[in-house]
Write a protein that binds this ligand. Sequence first.
Ligand SMILES: [Zn+2]
Length: 216
Amino acid sequence: MSTIVLVVGKNGAGKGTLLDKFMNGREEEYQILAMSGLLTKVRETDPELWAKIDAIMKSGELVPDDIILKIVSKELNSAAKTVICDGFPRNLAQAKAMINAGHVPAAVIEVYLEDEQVIQRAGLRRVCSKCRKSYTVAGGHNPPKQDGICDDCGSPLVKRPDDEEEVVRKRLNQYEQQTYPVIEFFENAGAITFEVDNSRDGSAAQIEFEEILDLF
Ligand SMILES: [Zn+2]
């Protein structure tokens, strides 16, 4: 059975960017297990199960934990590389089911940013209303050449509803309530836990993140 590492982080803490850079050139040794990718795979390979999942999602419900676990287990059992779980398990029930199915992660890495920094970064973020390319306003790390206008297509930049402070705070609460119990649970089950402080400028967080993942 292959090694499992969980990477967690608040929405907006920069986990996706760190992971993308890490995976560049390491596809032979590592694979990312993310719900979106798994669901795409189900859609392409298991029409019967997909019909069931699709109906649930269209009704606005979350896909039940037992179905998720079945899909994840199948993937973990057949994995030949180190598996990096991204966004799974999303709650304690899924974490417990994962252990019961014999999948004990070797490590949990949290990409960490203070709540206030997450809120601040979300406040600076803008996306192109047409091509969805992302920017920050002037003063952020990635402003457009012309204020409020997309470099690529010239369309106006907008703030995503997802980046409104109220929505961000709600998501942060949810993260605290769901994810910290998962980290603690896996720690008690023997996983090594790491925290990568992603508030630092430059490449320090990337280097540390890669050094940790390269251990597994
Ligand atoms: Zn654009």
